[in-house]
Design a protein around this ligand. Structure first.
Ligand code: ADP
Ligand code: ASP
Ligand code: MG
Length: 463
């Protein structure tokens, strides 16, 4: 393992660069970090908020030959980016970037036109289309920094993050990325420049554009952080840190000041959208602390994620939920579970590359949940060759996470008891014993999360 002395990585999400005002706030945050830390930080940036969604929608529209809609959509994106650029930097400085953004938009129009002619976008075309959001936002941020007296360098993410060829959900190639970062990023850092790199985007060793999956800019930050042996990876977003529950469901969740790597991974996996589920892996590999911070309130201390275990007296870290999951109940057609039955069941899920989240077993059956039902029909057909299968839609997973669940069995009992009154379909404690997952109806998940949150994080009665 290299020494952890490299520059910090600062990642700014879509809402942190939504418009010129938000980008100006980011410039202020990066400028302050450059003054306070020895080496200039490396900045990873998402597309402006809503842009990736829009690019995906335009791809589908192109497939349906809604040509006028597609052209209007690109014109709107062009207007939004040029307007932000004009508001942030004077024309003489904007010129080169205007040309570069114009080139990205020309490519985008050509790709969408080809999509219309073919009436389909291949996964590779999809990635070449959606990468435009991050390529444009990163160019704007780089020039805005420069204009504000921060020497910067735009780095093409496709030259810095090397991945396999699994379009729309590519995996990084660590050694190649390390070499690419050493070539593209480190010399500029050594010159005192802040490198600005679009998140979410990478390329294969042959240079074919790929993306890391939705929300993947967090992952980019961790991949680049690991390649740089960063001292710290900062995820700047629109909330004060990892909260004790999803703020879109629970009214006033609290900030969790510290999480262990294991807790953060589990929360991200089970739906805490503030962190992409793969983000923690590269950080763990290098033991790099990750911080979640609010770009609207940079003074707030946020959440720090490290290998340190939590304090003994904190029963849970937080609760999270995964919505719209499907349960598959698989019953052995023999009376008892035959030898090899479970193996055959899991082989089917593996064959159709579908991850299962929660598993429970009884003497004659096994129940699993999946959140990706794209290949469910084929899975059910394959399972029916040797089992009875029952599928139930419209469910959700509620997950309570905390390292102290391992040492104190009363906590798990309290989690389950707090959901009294809700028709619970499955209850399971992970092998890591760091979480308790409860499967219930999606319609009940908001109330269930409120009740569970109140039990562990509510105001202490009588206090
Ligand atoms: P960004 O654009 O910065 O990547 P995201 O929208 O991907 O931001 O993630 C931040 C959002 O995650 C928050 O606005 C919040 O609604 C949602 N979220 C869900 N669960 C949690 C949680 N436990 N803690 C904090 N935020 C959460
Ligand atoms: N822009 C990408 C998305 O919206 C990646 C990210 O923002 O993390 O999914
Ligand atoms: Mg995100």
């Amino acid at each position: 393992m290299g020494e952890i002395t490299g520059p910090i990585v600062m990642k700014f999400g879509g809402t942190s660069v939504a418009d010129a005002d938000a980008i100006a706030r980011v410039v202020g945050i990066v400028k302050a970090a450059r003054v306070s830390s020895g080496l200039p930080p490396v900045v990873i940036v998402s597309a402006m908020s809503g842009v990736t969604d829009r690019l995906i929608e335009l791809t589908h529209a192109a497939e349906r030959r809604l040509d006028a809609h597609v052209l209007n959509g690109v014109a709107e994106l062009s207007h939004r980016h040029f307007e932000a650029l004009e508001r942030l930097v004077p024309p003489e400085l904007a010129n080169d970037v205007l040309v570069e953004i114009g080139n990205h938009l020309d490519d985008l129009r050509a790709l969408l036109k080809a999509t219309g002619i073919l009436r389909a976008a291949s996964p590779g075309a999809h990635d070449a289309i959606v990468c435009a959001g991050e390529l444009m936002s990163s160019r704007i941020l780089a020039v805005a920094l420069e204009h504000n007296g921060v020497p910067s360098a735009w780095v093409d993410a496709r030259r810095a993050v090397v991945t396999d060829g699994a379009h729309t959900g590519a995996a990084p190639l660590a050694d190649d990325t390390r070499a690419a970062v050493a070539r593209e990023v480190i010399p500029r850092v050594a010159e005192g420049r802040v490198c600005v790199i679009g998140g979410f985007v990478g390329a294969t060793p042959q240079g074919v554009t790929t993306t890391l999956g939705r929300g993947g800019s967090d992952y980019s930050a961790a991949i680049v952080g690991a390649a740089l042996d960063s001292r710290e990876i900062q995820i700047w977003t629109d909330v004060d840190g990892m909260l004790t529950a999803d703020p879109r469901i629970v009214e006033s969740p609290r900030v969790v000041p510290h999480l262990s790597f294991g807790e953060a991974s589990e929360l991200a996996y089970f739906g805490a959208k503030v962190l992409h589920p793969s983000t923690i892996l590269p950080a763990v590999a290098k033991d790099i602390p990750v911080r979640i911070l609010n770009s609207r309130r940079p003074q707030a201390s946020g959440t720090t994620i490290t290998a340190e275990p939590p304090a003994q007296d904190r029963p849970l870290a937080a609760v999270a939920c995964k919505r719209r999951v499907t349960m598959v109940e698989i019953t052995s057609t023999r009376m008892l579970m035959a030898h090899g039955f479970l193996r055959r069941v899991f082989e089917v899920f593996e064959r159709f590359r579908t991850a299962v989240d929660v598993v429970t077993t009884s003497e004659v059956s096994v129940s699993v949940t999946v959140d990706d039902d794209a290949r469910l029909e084929q899975i059910v057909e394959a399972l029916r060759e040797f089992a009875e299968v029952n599928v139930e839609n419209g469910l959700a997973i509620l997950c309570a996470v905390g390292d102290n669940l391992r040492s104190d069995p009363r906590i798990a009992a309290r989690v389950v008891a707090s959901l009294e009154g809700f028709p619970v379909r499955m209850v399971s404690q992970a092998a890591s014993r760091r979480n308790v997952t409860i499967v219930l109806r999606d319609a009940d998940v908001a109330d269930g999360m409120e009740q569970l949150h109140e039990e562990f994080f509510g105001v202490v009665k009588g206090a």
